[in-house]
Design a protein around this ligand. Structure first.
Ligand code: 13P
Length: 263
């Protein structure tokens, strides 16, 4: 099975420069021309997305977020689902913990965003995950279940009359995300394999009870060339959602090549 390696450029300053972003994507596109066992995705900032969209074949571009409203009298720098489609982009991250933490995205908003994406035929990569306190209190299962049941399943249900909508899950335990680890004064460190296995098992179980039997799950949180082999070798990990290590072309490429070698 092809693994997915997705780079989330977040708010990286250098990659918000359109020349730099274009150069990165052009080089990446060339370097992965022969890659067969890895699907490569990149989620640039909105500012540069229009300069990159439509210029890639192998690299599948996506937006980092969307707003569910199509038209409205409110001040905002958001993209709507139609804006994303108009750019020729067909995937979006939804509910990333940074949007939850910094911009107040909750389960209700995740559901609205998810519906807007599905309505426009955009593939959503829905991010869920527990924070350190919840993990230490043994609430991982409870948190994931709540996020799936309140934010995701009701939205999916509205589209599943004929066939089940396509989506991907990003399991990103908040404590393992480099930016959040740094906020706590900790060294960024990936979650333990057994914790990821437990979380992915829980996610699959909740979806399966709701009739979604084959859910693909990407792991995100301090993944980098040094741990990519261990992470990508696990059958329960369908791919990686990479933040920091995707901002440097050599390290992102190294991870893609590791994925390719395992295929
Ligand atoms: P890091 O790889 O920087 O920990 O970020 C993970 C992430 O949030 C990807 O969406």
């Amino acid at each position: 099975m092809k693994k997915i390696i997705a780079g989330n450029w977040k708010f990286n300053k250098e990659l918000r420069n359109k020349e730099r972003a274009r150069e990165f994507i052009e080089k990446l596109e060339k370097e992965i021309a022969g890659i067969e066992n890895v699907e490569v995705k990149v989620f640039p900032h909105n500012l540069v997305l229009p300069y990159l969209a439509g210029k890639t074949k192998k690299v599948k571009l996506g937006a980092q977020d969307l707003h569910w409203t199509e038209d409205g009298s409110f001040t905002s720098a958001q993209f709507s689902a139609c804006d994303i489609v108009n750019l020729g982009v067909k995937q979006v991250l939804i509910g990333h913990s940074e949007t939850r933490f910094y911009f107040g995205v909750d389960e209700k908003k995740v559901a609205l965003k998810l519906k807007a994406a599905l309505k426009e035929g955009i593939l959503p990569i829905i991010c869920i995950g527990e924070d350190i306190k919840e993990k230490e209190e043994g609430k991982t299962k409870q948190v994931l279940e709540k996020q799936i049941k309140e934010g995701i399943l009701p939205a999916l249900a509205e589209f599943s009359a004929e066939s089940k909508p396509e989506f991907l899950i990003g399991y990103e335990p908040i404590y393992a995300i480099a930016g959040f680890a740094k906020l706590r004064g900790k060294e960024p460190k990936s979650a333990r394999i057994e914790d990821i296995e437990f979380a992915h098992g829980t996610i699959r179980e909740v979806f399966s009870r709701a009739g979604y039997s084959e859910v693909k799950i990407l792991y995100g949180g301090s993944s980098k060339p040094e741990n990519a082999k261990e992470l990508l070798s696990q059958a329960f990990i369908d791919g990686l959602l990479v933040g920091t290590a995707s901002w440097s072309l050599p390290s992102f490429l190294q991870m893609i090549r590791i994925g390719e070698s395992l295929g």
